[in-house]
Design a protein around this ligand. Structure first.
Ligand code: ZN
Length: 85
């Protein structure tokens, strides 16, 4: 696991990339108190277990992947284009 900090809210998580479509994220703090986006979505009734990361944190994780910080053996090529989400 590699520490990644959310560029938006500063929340730190541990992330690990298993494949282009499978990223494991482990929150170190309570998600709803650590991240404003989480808090907002939880307030709308979205179960936090359905929200792996906030959008900014997902970008931060993708950045770390691009810089090779989360590289795995399966990830020696560019991510597939056309990913939704
Ligand atoms: Zn965040």
């Amino acid at each position: 696991m590699h520490p990644v900090e959310c560029a938006s809210c500063g929340n730190k998580v541990l992330a690990e990339k298993f494949s282009p479509s499978h990223t494991s994220v482990q929150w170190l703090d309570d998600a709803e108190s650590a991240c404003p986006e989480f808090a907002r979505r939880a307030a709308l009734g979205e179960p936090s277990s359905w929200i792996p990361t906030c959008a900014a944190l997902r970008d931060s994780i993708e950045n770390a992947v691009r810089k090779g910080e989360l590289a795995t053996d399966q990830l020696r090529h560019e991510p597939v284009p056309g990913r939704l989400g």
